[in-house]
Write a protein that binds this ligand. Structure first.
Ligand code: PLP
Length: 420
């Protein structure tokens, strides 16, 4: 093992996550489904509890004390997001229910209003359904054409092919930063630089990068970026959209109602300033405050430290999986990926279906996912029906990888003894 410290980051933080300390099917839980949703530390749970116990109140409307306190906490969470991803202004951060809603906001507000027949949208074959289906809607409605970046032989984003696909017809490039299936880290800064040369806008789906590495939207120079709170230690029901100020200013509202207006008349209305223009109705106040707490918690550890530790976990995971000949892992090997690789492995076993693998591992207390992980087109591209996926977080340990590998080997042996 090549862990740089005797006491790992996981050793320091595990006590913060009550849910990890339980048995599942009589075995200690090994939670390796972090790419689907992360667990929440006590600090976030207590922040939610404090909000509901002590100052639950609607925001932006009341002058009474509780409402002022809730509004302050809600807006303070926005400032935390701003700092966390280095946005230039608090007006650039819009709270949404999740990343999916944030992409739909851009698709409806910008896509439906700015694209014409023959305009091109470049996506990639590794996109999550959330970054495909909204663009299907836009293409169907506007006549825009969808183009797809494929994979290199190492199963990473093919930048060379992207360079050939892009042209003056390209109006939008919308790509994932870190693939939730391949684990590759895509060269988003280069993608933005290339796209901007052609005058195209770029949306980055950062669901799998924001929770695991430092992110700087000004350095990436993306036009929009989206993420979901529930994958970064925050509650479900909260995500955010980052957008460059002038661009967000130029976009019409997506949903209409309270909170997003300046003045309302019977037959028309004027809109509130950014970011409230895009936050119609009572927001998910507790969840936003919970997201702020999650950011405090992650920042307290340090995103660099999280990335370094998870990279060590990745190497160890690959080393161990590599010793099982029946296993085929998708996406780049940690060494091949010049940009690094996320701490997850989607794989198939030659003689066992992914669903059987995850069912049997669950009997050993090991939670992994099986299926298409909302990347059905990618699975079709790779000509596989499903993969099993182990996805790790900074609170996972090398010992848990050992438990997972042992259970996996036993499962494969069990099936092997039938087939021979
Ligand atoms: C999870 C995920 C999404 C969608 O997130 P929701 O929280 O379901 O909106 C989109 N893209 C990627 C890469 C994801 O991992």
């Amino acid at each position: 093992m090549t862990f740089t410290q005797e006491k790992t980051l996981a050793d320091e933080v595990r006590a913060d996550f009550p849910i990890l300390h339980q048995e599942v099917n009589g075995k200690p839980l090994v939670y390796f489904d972090n790419a689907a949703t992360s667990q929440k530390p006590l600090f976030v749970l207590n922040t939610l509890r404090d909000y509901y116990e002590q100052y639950n109140s609607n925001v932006h409307r009341g002058v009474h004390t509780l409402s002022a306190k809730a509004t302050d906490a809600y807006e303070a969470a926005r400032d935390k997001v701003v700092k966390f991803i280095n946005a230039a202004s608090r007006q650039e951060i819009v709270f949404t229910r999740n990343a999916t809603e944030a992409i739909n906001l851009v698709a409806y507000s910008w896509g439906m209003n700015n694209l014409q027949p023959g305009d091109e949208i470049i996506l990639s074959v590794m996109e999550h359904h959330s970054n495909l289906v909204p663009w299907h809607f836009v293409a169907q409605k506007t006549g825009a054409v969808l183009k797809f970046v494929e994979l290199t032989p190492e199963e990473t984003f093919d930048l060379e092919q992207f360079n050939k696909l892009i042209s003056d017809k390209t109006k939008l490039v919308s790509v994932v930063h870190v693939s939730n299936t391949l684990g590759c880290i895509n060269p988003v800064k280069e993608i933005c630089a290339i796209a901007h040369k052609y005058g195209a806008k770029v949306l980055i789906d950062a669901c799998q990068s924001v929770p695991h590495m430092p992110i700087d939207v000004q350095q990436i120079d993306c036009d929009w970026l989206v993420a979901s709170g529930h994958k970064m230690c925050a509650p479900t029901g909260i995500g955010f959209l980052y957008g460059k100020l002038e661009l967000l200013r130029s976009m019409p509202p997506f949903l209409g109602g309270g909170e997003m207006i300046a003045d309302v008349f019977l037959d028309h209305s004027t809109y509130a300033d950014l970011p409230h223009k895009f936050e119609a109705g009572t927001p998910t106040i507790g969840e936003v405050i919970g997201l702020g707490a999650a950011i405090d918690y992650l920042t307290g550890i340090g995103m660099d430290k999280i990335y370094t530790y998870e990279s060590e976990l990745t190497s160890y995971l690959f080393e161990q999986l590599g010793q099982i000949p029946e296993i085929r892992i998708y996406g780049p090997k940690p060494k091949v990926a010049g940009l690094g690789r996320a701490a997850l492995a989607a794989f198939t076993a030659s003689n066992v279906h992914a669903n059987d693998l995850s069912t049997l591992l669950d009997q050993e207390g090991v939670a992994i996912r099986s299926g298409h992980h909302c990347t059905q087109p990618l699975h079709r591209y790779l000509v596989i029906p499903a993969t099993a996926r182990a996805s790790l977080s900074f609170y996972n340990t090398p010992e848990e990888i050992d438990v997972f590998i042992k259970a996996l080997k036993e499962t494969l042996d069990f099936f092997g003894s039938f087939s021979t």
